[in-house]
Write a new protein. Structure first.
Length: 262
């Protein structure tokens, strides 16, 4: 069974509008990737490795996604000893924050999969940007953390345009999370999409095999081939072949001045 590592780099810190809006995605599952489970709702443990300033957003995220009828997120003590690396734990999600540098992104969701079954995930929040006046706000923390964990559950973005009206979901890009409507939490379409993704049951639980440990870095030259680009280079997808049936996919939305046009 092929194993894949998928990584979402979400620079939702967009300051300028783009000229061509995109319609909301009717189906925003990413390829049917999901956690294996034998019944619904299933419990997914989420490791809390975040500092005090992130606790409110972490708690909000746990409550938001647990409103789904198919998954219950259970907050547990984090197992990460080095927040900069934020190493994964098999069978669960680890959430970390750290000053990862001015690399163009606010948050990363990194998702390992065996076939189309997710086996582990890490979510990283970049304090380099959240220490600035522009992003040191609850609405930015809430939206980005909610979105990254949404990726770890198997969701893609509902919308990738930045100048159209908010959809009222954290899976929608915006330069104004407060809206109205605000984009700090999931909406009904997110919950319906999760219900669709998890409509079938699996023969075993969330851990199917030991995933590859190698993951993509934070620079474009580490991400492999450009597979998709939208919004004039502001939203892109890269794929890197790790050999032996392993690959890493990196989903990127660039902040102002960070767009990649190749």
């Amino acid at each position: 069974m092929h194993k894949r590592t998928l990584q979402f780099l979400c620079s939702t810190s967009i300051l300028a509008a783009v000229s061509i809006p995109q319609a909301a995605l009717a189906d925003h599952s990413w390829g049917g990737y999901h956690w294996g489970r034998t019944s619904n709702p299933f419990t997914l443990k989420v490791g809390n490795n975040v500092s005090n300033v992130w606790q409110s957003s972490f708690n909000s995220m746990i409550g938001d996604w647990t409103k789904s009828t198919v998954v219950d997120l259970q907050a547990v003590a984090g197992s990460v000893t080095n927040a900069r690396k934020c190493s994964p734990t098999l069978g669960r999600v680890e959430v970390c924050n750290y000053s990862y540098g001015r690399n163009g992104w606010l948050g990363i969701a990194q998702v390992w999969a065996s076939g189309n079954h997710i086996t582990q995930s890490v979510v990283k929040m970049n304090d380099t940007y959240y220490a600035t006046a522009s992003y040191n706000k609850p609405e930015w923390r809430n939206m980005v953390m909610c979105q990254e964990v949404g990726h770890a559950l198997g969701l893609d973005h509902q919308d990738e345009a930045f100048d159209n009206a908010n959809l009222g979901t954290c899976m929608d890009y915006t330069s104004n999370p407060l809206g109205p409507p605000n984009n700090e939490h999931p909406n009904t379409h997110d919950y319906d999409m999760l219900k669709s993704i998890y409509s079938h049951l699996d023969a075993a639980g969330t851990v199917f095999s030991t995933p590859p440990s190698e993951a993509a870095g934070n620079a474009p030259e580490e991400w492999g081939k450009l597979k998709r680009t939208t919004n004039g280079g502001r939203t892109q997808v890269f794929e890197r072949d790790l050999g032996g049936g392993h690959r890493v996919t990196t989903f990127v939305t660039w902040a102002e001045g960070h767009g990649n046009r190749r």
